[in-house]
Design a protein around this ligand. Structure first.
Ligand code: FAD
Ligand code: SF4
Length: 509
């Protein structure tokens, strides 16, 4: 019997992958390939490239130890065709194979590329999610709006997480009123678990240093886990040191601590080293054992069982082209400060430098600092999307694009959120300590030193009045704006325009 090829992509590093389950180690050959087409599809952060390539190499070794034959192509190997499809064809010829077993890629781009390969490709569903794609489609069918909250409650009922019979534990679906407090610097807060690179990871670090030196991002000291054991240790570190405070400080930001009580497990979940089910199981077990309060366990499970599954469903349902949407017609180029050019805005400076250093920023930093600024300034959402996809270690299009295009930039016209996530400087001042060290004054509404978020917030609302004023959730904001003296409003808009002109001219704003 001719062997079949079993394709395992860099974000499919799970032993239980559907393509592996459907294959026969005695007959079939696993194909894994490090290719330039993927490494350079956007200028990925060097840490992200190391994470994926080192984890791939180690996963290949694990499969071999389990009895699989693995045809693995390293990035700088002679004959590497540079693309996944090219490597499949090369291996098919080499092994005399005509059939491929694949788990559906997360990204439409690759799904389409595989569909065009002149081999018989059996595409299996990716069943590593808690909500099968068909279930999401059933839930979405016939609904006018697809709100995360409705989906989340259904998922709680379906999976039984944090349920007591038919009712949510604690009698509520959501404990947000206990969450979202600002944080203080705390020397006793445990820092992230740092994983020393082993020989395999070090070889990849050397390779990436040599081949991707031009990409934005600092590579060393590299501290991500690159195998399942390390990823599990990171999960346990979070459960032991941070889960109990996760909810309370979920939205807080500190200049001196970019990690606070966040889990730092999204890269491992997204490349398959951890599964969402095991993560939710462990968090629920901590709550049931009395080691974590309900507001923390619920806050966390909502992110994984709710948001993560929901954005995947939206991306899947929408089909190719999701990332090209631009409902607000924004066209400004991405300001150079996103790539580390100097800025006087302390919040942006902090988040961009943390991103450069670690390929990590937590949700509120992404949403309410870099995302909020790009939206207020009217940056082209495609450019914002490409930036997020490049700079974060956990960024894969199925999860990054709905968060960026949908939630953060409102470029899908309101599929993900009923109103745009925009705020003036007041929100950042309340949730962070950034403003203390800023050249601008967050309390000033106009004038030379006024916080740019204060100016741009009204500029954004004013230029999109026709779209947002009819939204009942925003009407009061417009009423407040309209109550201000006309001269004050004119001053805000003129000064916002001046700021945008300086930004456009490449000045260090
Ligand atoms: P925690 O805050 O500890 O949360 C726990 C887990 O919940 C995360 O590991 C993640 O798996 C899940 N989660 C939380 N929020 C979301 C969400 N909105 N969507 C999906 N999963 C969520 N997440 C990615 O995994 N990849 C991305 O490319 C990505 N891009 C984003 C872009 C923007 C503009 C925004 C606003 C958010 C983005 N997110 C993305 C969501 C979120 O910021 C990250 O999942 C989170 O910061 C990861 O860090 P953590 O593991 O410490 O998360
Ligand atoms: Fe950011 Fe404005 Fe605060 Fe400065 S004053 S840190 S620009 S929110």
């Amino acid at each position: 019997m001719r062997p079949r090829l079993v394709l395992v992509l860099g974000d499919q590093l799970s032993e239980g992958l559907s393509a592996l389950k459907a294959a026969d180690p005695a007959r079939d050959i696993v194909v894994m390939a490090e290719v330039m087409a993927e490494a350079r599809s956007v200028p990925h952060h060097p840490r992200k490239i190391v994470l994926v390539l080192a984890a791939m190499r180690k996963f290949a070794e694990r499969l071999r130890a389990l009895g699989w034959r693995v045809a693995y192509t390293q990035l700088d190997e002679d004959g590497n065709s540079g693309a996944i499809t090219g490597e499949l064809l090369r291996r098919a010829e080499g092994f005399g194979a005509a059939e491929v077993l694949a788990t559906r890629p997360g990204e439409w781009r690759l799904t389409q590329a595989l569909a065009g390969v002149p081999l018989v490709v059996t595409m299996l569903p990716d069943d590593r999610f808690l909500c099968p794609a068909t279930d999401f489609a059933d839930w979405a069918a016939g609904r006018k709006v697809l709100r995360m909250e409705h989906f989340y409650r259904r998922m709680r009922q379906r999976t039984g997480y944090l349920m007591e019979g038919d009712t949510p534990a604690g009698g509520q679906w959501n404990f947000d009123h206990e969450n979202r407090k600002p944080a203080k610097a705390d020397l006793l807060r445990a820092p992230p678990l740092r994983h020393e690179p082993d020989a395999v990871t070090q070889a990849v670090i050397d390779l990436v240093q040599a081949r991707f030196a031009d990409h934005f991002g600092t590579l060393t000291p590299f501290w991500f886990a690159t195998d399942r054991e390390g990823a599990l240790r990171s999960l346990e570190h979070f459960l032991t040191h941070h889960l109990r405070d996760f909810g309370t400080y979920q939205d807080a930001m500190l200049a001196g601590d970019g990690f606070l009580h966040h889990a730092l497990i999204s890269p491992y979940l997204n490349i398959g080293l951890l599964s969402p089910a095991e993560v939710c199981d462990r968090v629920e077990a901590e709550w049931r054992a009395g080691r974590a309060p309900l507001n923390a366990a619920e806050g966390f499970i909502r992110q994984v069982l709710g948001w993560r599954e929901y954005v995947r469903g939206i991306y899947d349902l929408h089909g190719p082209g999701y990332a090209e949407q631009n409902a607000l017609g924004h066209t400004r180029a991405l300001p150079a400060l996103y790539w580390g050019a100097p800025t006087r805005m302390a919040c942006l400076q902090a988040v961009v430098s943390q991103t450069r250093a670690h390929a990590y920023a937590h949700h509120i930093q992404r949403l309410m600092v870099t995302g909020n600024f790009a939206l207020l300034a009217g940056v082209d959402p495609g450019a914002v999307h490409a930036w997020y996809l490049a700079v974060y270690a956990d960024a894969f299009e199925w999860v990054e694009a709905p968060n960026t295009i949908g939630m953060s930039q409102f470029a899908d016209g309101g599929v993900l959120g009923s109103k745009p996530y925009v705020s003036s400087g007041a929100y950042i001042a309340r949730m962070s300590d950034y403003c203390r060290g800023c050249a601008y004054d967050v309390t000033a509404k106009t004038g030379e030193g006024a916080c740019p978020f204060n100016l741009l917030y009204w500029h954004f609302l004013d230029r999109h009045r026709a779209r947002f004023q009819p939204n009942p959730r925003m009407a009061v904001i417009y009423r407040n704006w309209d109550r201000l003296a006309p001269e004050h409003r004119a001053q805000v808009l003129t000064q916002a325009g001046g700021f945008l002109a300086r930004l456009e001219a490449g000045e260090a704003v």
